[in-house]
Design a protein around this ligand. Structure first.
Ligand SMILES: *Cc1c(COP(=O)(O)O)cnc(C)c1O
Length: 444
């Protein structure tokens, strides 16, 4: 039983009425704190991020072997940052306001292996599991050259074990590809909205794809239930996993290095605003955590969700977190934004991170398509719809005097600000699919 009624929620939180009406809304949380005050609630710290970073470095020589496309970055799966000045000019023109500072794009859309942000968390969790099994079996030590995992002996060892995950598509791609390469038997439980081309690609690589006619929540439940029956099966829990979260968090220190190389300053006088598309929350939450560890109170993270799947905004705003789903307030959770079609937010991310996240907003599917077309037209960058959810953020921040005043942003600071839109997917979308997305844009 739910311990709330919709009537009461709407009375207590007028914003919920707008969510129900599928309006585009934003909420900049007045309850945010400093990093120092907020960090104890996360339960993780920079040592954990460092541990994840070290582990990824250990696996780098192996990743170069199995995924030769990672050779250019020496087995470290990392994406570029690019400035998008023409897109900034278009946004200003369209929405009639000035966006002070620079506009940059973080191209996780073009990460190796899965072409999405999931190449961070999903792959990391599979590697953690593989390392643990191999070390326990006495086949590996942390000082070994991990390229030795690229062998029939190790593939035979891992083939005794299986991995299962529920996914709307991109997480399944990352976990499926990585697990299959190591030799695991892997099942990906796909929700109804998952794209055919993703299922085809996984099957081609030997992954067992189980299809559901229901949404992500159901696919996860079924995956979990199947895994519980098999002691050799490890279930990757996208809704609660701290391991996934830490895999994403490494992005923070890496971005800090990329900024340093390009002389992009982030300090008290040069704030950084980061706009992150949010599904269940692990990806954007983990990245935001890593960013906070790297840039402290000078980074401001804002989450973006589809108007049809505003689970994190709903959970944090009402304080109910995973105790409420968008379906409970009559929202259908149907969106073209792959990866964002999640009705119930992570039970752990919202509670852990709410004090450290400046705000949340929703965008319509049409808005994402429009921005997708525009970005392609003016910058020649092709993304999937979900990856455009963050693109509207700089407009909302620029327009919100109350929020900017509350966090002590002067005009001078905003003139020196960096706005970073986290492009979370799209690099592997087949050309015919991309053409269909582009055709939906009404702006170009
Ligand atoms: C999964 C995904 C996200 C969001 O990550 P969550 O961990 O589900 O919040 C955003 N964009 C894309 C393209 C994704 O696949």
């Amino acid at each position: 039983m739910n311990n709330f009624t919709v009537e009461q929620l709407v009375t207590d939180y007028p914003l919920v009425k707008k969510l129900i009406a599928l309006e585009e809304v934003s909420w900049f949380n007045p309850g945010i704190t400093t990093l120092e005050q907020g960090l104890p609630h996360v339960g993780l710290d920079s040592t954990d991020v460092q541990g994840a970073s070290d582990r990824l470095a250990r696996f780098a020589p192996y990743l170069v072997k199995v995924f030769p496309e990672t050779a250019v970055t020496a087995g470290i799966i990392e994406s570029e940052v690019v400035e998008i000045p023409k897109m900034k000019a278009q946004l200003e023109q369209l929405f009639g306001g000035k966006i002070k500072g620079k506009l940059l794009l973080k191209k996780d859309s073009h990460l190796a292996i899965s072409g999405s942000i999931k190449a961070r968390g999903g792959i990391y969790e599979v590697l953690v599991h593989a390392e643990k099994l191999a070390i326990e079996a006495g086949l590996l030590t942390v000082s070994d050259d991990y390229s030795k995992l690229f062998s029939d002996e190790f593939r035979a060892f891992f083939s005794q074990y299986s991995i299962a995950v529920g996914s709307t598509g991109n997480l399944g791609m990352s976990i499926g590809m990585m697990s299959a390469k190591l030799g695991f038997t892997v099942s990906v439980h796909m929700s109804a909205d998952a794209r055919q081309w993703k299922k085809d690609k996984l099957r081609f690589h030997g992954v067992n794809v189980v299809e559901y006619s229901e949404d992500y929540g159901v696919a996860v439940e079924q995956g979990r239930a199947e895994a519980e029956k098999d002691p050799m099966c490890f279930f990757i829990d996208d809704e609660n996993s701290q391991t996934l979260f830490l895999g994403y968090s490494v992005a923070g220190e890496r971005l800090k290095r990329q900024f340093a190389e390009r002389s992009i300053v982030v300090d008290e006088h040069h704030p950084l605003f980061v706009y992150l598309p949010c599904g269940v929350g692990g990806g954007p939450g983990g990245v935001a955590f890593g960013l906070k560890m790297a840039f402290g109170d000078n980074v401001h993270c804002v989450f973006a969700e589809p108007t049809h799947s505003p689970c994190m905004l709903l959970g944090v705003h009402t304080g109910l977190h995973d105790g409420i789903a968008v379906q409970d307030i009559g929202i259908d959770n149907i969106t073209a934004a792959d990866g964002l079609a999640v009705g119930r937010a992570s039970g752990f991310v919202g509670r852990a991170m709410e004090r450290l996240l400046d705000g949340y907003y929703t965008v319509s599917d049409q808005r994402m398509y429009d921005l997708l077309g525009l970005l392609n037209q003016v910058e020649g960058i092709k993304l999937e719809p979900s990856a455009l959810a963050g693109m509207f953020g700089p407009v909302l921040v620029a327009d919100n005097a109350e929020y900017l005043e509350r966090i002590n942003m002067t005009d001078a600071k905003m003139e020196s600000a960096t706005h970073l839109v986290w492009a979370t997917g799209g690099g592997m979308v087949p050309a015919e699919e991309m053409d269909k997305y582009l055709a939906k844009s009404t702006l170009v």
